[in-house]
Design a protein around this ligand. Structure first.
Ligand code: ADP
Length: 265
């Protein structure tokens, strides 16, 4: 809180009043600080792959290109780093679009369980890890009005994380339930978990429990921040429950539609 004092003086010179204006600057300061932190994070996230690429390119230019063993490996590194930067810039563009005032959802009515099952099928078909998928998805129709592209992105991110952190032979459980007029969706893994004090922070921009590990896995640290914005744009909530060494569960909710007769669909 900052106070501005103005003295009210009469022509005679006598002070007969004092106006105090109290500004709540804490909110503005918080926004400024977050913005500065965000720019610093973006710069750092871009500089790291760029410096890596520079040193590999320098080595190639210095003669490593002639070595048939080394050259492909070095080129591979620069390619991986380029792809990471593209992902990062795409994530940033996504966030900036969501921050803009004319951000619109392209909503359509879909049956959620069918939509969810299709996404899980895609992951189940292409996964290379020894991880079992278990579905607790009722054979019922739940209609939601969602932007399917955005929701696909959210669910993709949650499942990718669950796979990333799953141990060999682990299970990933998928669930859909109804709670107080909201659909509650769950993705749960048997992974390393998240320390208690960090569970809420994983939805912050650029926050990672283990920066080096996330980077090594190609993460940008923006996936869950984007997921949070997207779920909130759909009037839902997203949160995590986790226990170290046991696993992590990500939950999100979505409002769910009344049909024309006024029944819950
Ligand atoms: P990243 O690109 O690092 O995956 P996210 O925003 O998707 O970024 O996730 C942020 C961080 O949350 C991750 O770096 C990781 O530390 C933690 N996290 C997310 N999902 C899980 C999970 N299923 N198990 C353990 N940690 C997780």
């Amino acid at each position: 809180l900052r106070a501005n004092f103005s003295v009210i003086q009469k022509e005679t010179g006598f002070v007969n009043g004092l106006i105090t204006v109290l500004h709540d600057i804490t909110e503005q300061e918080k926004i400024d600080m977050e913005r500065r932190e965000f720019v610093a994070n973006v710069s750092h996230e871009l500089r790291t792959p760029l410096t890596t690429m520079r040193s590999y390119l320098e080595a190639l230019a210095d003669g490593a290109w002639k070595d048939e063993q080394i050259a492909p490996t070095f080129l591979n590194v620069t390619q991986t780093e380029t792809e990471r930067m593209i992902r990062l810039v795409n994530d940033l563009l996504n966030l900036s679009k969501m921050d803009s005032r004319d951000y619109k959802l392209n909503r359509e009515v879909v049956e959620f369980n069918k939509f969810f099952n299709r996404i899980i099928d895609r992951f189940e078909m292409s996964k290379s890890q020894n991880v079992k998928f278990i579905r607790y998805i009722p054979d019922l129709s739940y209609f939601v009005e969602i932007d399917t592209d955005k929701l696909t992105q959210v669910i993709d991110n949650i499942i990718s994380n669950a796979l990333k952190y799953s141990p060999d032979g682990g299970n990933i459980r998928f669930g859909v339930t109804v709670h107080e007029n909201m659909l509650k969706v769950m993705v749960s893994d048997d992974g390393m978990g998240i320390p208690k004090e960090n569970v809420t922070k994983i939805f912050d921009r650029f926050y990672r429990v283990d920066r080096a590990r996330s980077r090594a896995m190609g993460g940008t640290g923006l996936g869950l921040a984007i997921a949070k914005e997207m779920i909130e744009a759909h009037d839902g909530k997203i949160w995590a429950e986790s226990e170290e060494g046991i696993g992590t569960t990500i939950f999100f909710t979505l409002p769910f539609e009344l049909d024309e007769a006024g029944d819950w669909e």
